[in-house]
Design a protein. Structure first.
Length: 463
């Protein structure tokens, strides 16, 4: 069953009880008002009659009294029966009035009765007849037919039923028509999703309604499509860049292997060729490692444990400074600064900062690592005395695959992923990354991540 029809049925299921209750209330109010109007007319006629009868003297059964009583004003539809004090009938206004019962003295308020043999439904009431001197003369029972009132009530009910039915039909039609523009985005959503699945065209966007929940739904879907488009573009960029970066070292390795297999090389050249294969293999390992890190950017750091961040940074610093003899290294920091994180990912983050500083610093330049703690935040900074980063390149420093002009000129290898990986790892540990750089003076990259309590003082060493 279409959603549009289901919404209409649901709406009508909620509307029908409301219309029914309204019709019942209108019927009750209308019938009550008509009955009250009839009772008011009956009591007014009874009061007029009770006021006029004492003028007829003597008040007794007989033709004289009957003729004088008959001359009294009696509106159409009003019947009455006059009784003496003993309850004997003195006068009846019509044959139908003969069937009126002699009510009890307490029956002064109108009530409904059925007379025989006509089976007429009447509204009857009783009132006392008193002389001007206050002497009881008898009582009179008046009646008015309920048939006109019941006919009016039945007419009202027929009108209510017809109006309720028309209201239901019109409401159902309006609901069905109104559901079309409301559900239109959903109708557009289905083929769009099918096209996305079939064609992988993530450049399309759904037109947004002007307001309402459907607008929020379509905005969410468009946001999802945009993220999928960015992910697809990033994936294509990753594949394109991977094929480009891997092509050169693989080509060199293949050429060197062919040379080793086809020619008898002197021992010196053979060792040089093997060394070149080793270097290109290291480049491949680095590129694959960085690409693997990029592919896990959205993951949270797994297996987080409490660790000493100063010890971790010191270990990375010592290993890298021993390996690189072309620069001067300095380290400031110490004590016991605890953080919660994954040691392998944090080591990679610190190592990438060290490599970035060393690769952009000329031989003999200074690379300084500093660790300090402020307000439960551990702050790691790595400063170099390299060429610096031009202002026009600074907004793109942390983008994946970005390599500045100096990096492209000084190094042929590299994937442009080092700082991107640094930012990713810092963010998965609840931290952030920033930098300051001035052309010709160098750069300082800073990482801040949450520290556990009780940091200690620092010291300074130079190597």
């Amino acid at each position: 069953m279409p959603l549009r029809l289901r919404l209409t049925i649901f709406y009508m299921a909620a509307l029908l009880p409301t219309i029914t209750v309204l019709c019942l209330v209108a019927d009750y109010l209308g019938s009550t008002r008509l009955h009250h109007q009839l009772d008011g007319d009956l009591q007014s006629n009874m009061e007029l009659l009770a006021t006029a009868i004492p003028s007829i003297q003597p008040l007794q059964a007989g033709d004289a009294s009957r003729s004088r009583i008959a001359s009294l004003y009696a509106p159409a539809g009003f019947e009455f029966k006059l009784f003496d004090e003993d309850g004997s009938t003195i006068y009846a206004s019509s044959p139908a009035a003969e069937a009126l019962p002699g009510l009890e003295a307490t029956d002064s308020r109108p009530r409904s009765v059925v007379t025989r043999p006509q089976d007429s439904r009447l509204r009857v009431a009783r009132t006392a007849v008193v002389s001007p001197a206050g002497q009881p003369l008898g009582f009179v029972v008046g009646a008015m037919s309920l048939d006109p009132t019941e006919a009016a009530i039945q007419s009202i009910r027929r009108v209510l039923i017809a109006a309720g039915g028309i209201a239901v039909v019109i409401s159902a039609l309006l609901c069905y028509l109104a559901a079309r523009p409301t559900l239109w985005p959903l109708k557009e959503l289905s083929p769009a999703i099918r096209d996305l699945t079939r064609q992988a065209d993530f450049s399309r966007r759904l037109p947004e309604p002007r307001f309402g929940e459907m607008r929020e739904l379509v905005q969410s879907v468009n946001s999802l499509i945009a993220r999928m488009e960015l992910a697809l573009l990033a994936q294509r960029g990753l594949v394109d860049y991977s094929s480009h970066e891997l092509k050169r070292p693989l080509t060199v390795i293949r050429t060197d292997v062919d040379v080793l297999n086809r020619f008898e090389l002197p021992e010196g050249e053979r060792r040089t060729t093997l060394a070149e294969i080793g270097i290109e293999t290291e480049v491949l390992v680095q590129i694959v490692s960085e690409l693997a890190t990029v592919s896990r950017r959205e993951e949270q750091a797994p297996n987080q444990t409490e660790l000493d961040f100063v010890t971790l940074c010191t270990s990375v610093y010592e290993r890298y400074s021993r390996r690189d003899q072309a620069h001067i290294y300095g380290f400031a920091g110490g004590g016991n600064v605890k953080v919660l994180g994954n040691p392998l990912r944090l080591e990679q983050m610190v190592l990438n900062l060290m490599e970035n500083a060393a690769q952009n610093t000329p031989a003999g330049g200074l690379v300084l690592m500093n660790i300090e703690t402020r307000n439960s935040i551990v702050r790691l900074s790595v400063t170099d005395t390299g060429a610096g980063i031009p202002e026009e390149e600074q907004p793109f420093v942390f983008e994946r695959f970005f390599r500045g002009r100096h990096a492209r000129h000084s190094r042929a290898d590299g994937a442009g992923l080092g700082l991107f990986v640094v930012q990713s790892i810092a963010e998965t540990h609840g931290g952030r990354v920033g930098f300051q750089s001035k052309v010709g003076k160098g750069s300082t990259f800073v990482i801040e991540i949450p520290a556990l309590p009780h940091p200690q003082a620092s010291f300074l060493t130079l190597t």
